[in-house]
Ligand binder design. Structure first.
Ligand code: B1M
Length: 216
């Protein structure tokens, strides 16, 4: 039953059918399926297939856009259930989260934000294409414990380093930890830019954030 539902979820993203994706997300909630399982075994399979077709030249930008919209709609439909399932309510720390300047990929970043807030972090999600100055200003304003930087393009990963360097210059690194992520980010890159934490997915991001605030 779940496998069939997961296949339909993947196909709804491939078809860029937002309405169907939302309907299937609701069916998953009604069936008691863990929303993250629905995302990872259903919807992400579809978005990855479109991404791969795009890199092969078998799919074009409109398909990528529609797949992205459908994926976003599905994740938004699952979000209340993800938050509802979050059990820890004590505030573990404050996280300022953004997709770096020049990059408009928001789905993974939003998922990380949802998981962090479900786990008990206060999350300030600044959205996409966010310049370093705005991220740093917000981190100072809210007295953040962690700055989280998402980048999905090899060309925008360098912005993660820019934010870290700017924070270094302002002497903020001792107080505020930096966590980075996004599909092209590797451990080697994380070491090179001297980020404090890295995770390749949203669940791991919660564990890393907890470590960074000493709550692990
Ligand atoms: Co774009 N895109 N895209 N895209 N897109 C990729 C990333 C790409 C790999 C596709 C491909 O060619 N195979 C490729 C990048 C190549 C590269 O640089 N290596 C690419 C390209 C080239 C582009 C454009 C340049 C295309 C063009 O215009 N010619 C353009 C760039 C625009 C820009 O940003 N300036 C572009 C545009 C778009 C859309 C707008 C159409 C759309 C985004 C819609 C949206 O977000 N609202 C889109 C999409 C949908 C994708 C793919 C298909 C899917 C991304 C996604 O949402 N994945 C993607 C291919 C792929 O990744 N399979 C692709 C699902 C999401 C749950 O996973 O985002 O990886 P992800 O997040 C994960 C982890 O990475 C991690 O946890 C998340 C949850 O598990 N994570 C973190 C993410 N952030 C984290 C932060 C953390 C910790 C973990 O701590 C802070």
């Amino acid at each position: 039953m779940s496998i069939e539902l997961f296949q339909k979820m993947a196909q709804s993203i491939i078809d860029g059918d937002s309405d169907l994706a939302v309907e299937l997300a609701k069916q998953a909630i009604a069936a008691g399926i863990d929303p993250l399982e629905a995302i990872n075994q259903g919807f992400v399979v579809g978005v990855n297939a479109v991404g791969e077709a795009f890199s092969r030249g078998d799919a074009f930008l409109p398909e990528l856009v529609m797949a992205g919209e459908a994926m976003k709609a599905a994740v938004a439909a699952l979000e209340p259930e993800m938050k509802r399932r979050g059990t820890e309510r004590q505030i573990l720390g404050k996280v300022v989260l953004a997709t770096v300047q020049g990059d408009i990929h928001e789905i993974g970043k939003t998922l990380v934000g949802t998981m962090l807030s479900a786990a008990g972090f206060e999350v300030y999600d600044l959205g996409v294409d966010v310049p370093a100055e705005r991220i740093i200003a917000k981190a100072k304003e809210v007295d953040a414990d962690i700055v989280g930087l998402s980048a999905l393009l090899t060309t925008t990963m360098v912005r993660q380093r820019e934010v870290i360097e700017a924070m270094d210059k302002e002497g903020l690194r001792r107080k505020i930890k930096v966590m980075v992520g996004g599909a092209p980010v590797t451990r080697d890159w994380v070491q090179r830019i001297e980020a404090d934490g890295y995770s390749e997915d949203a669940i791991g991001a919660v564990a890393v954030a907890k470590q960074l605030v000493g709550a692990a």
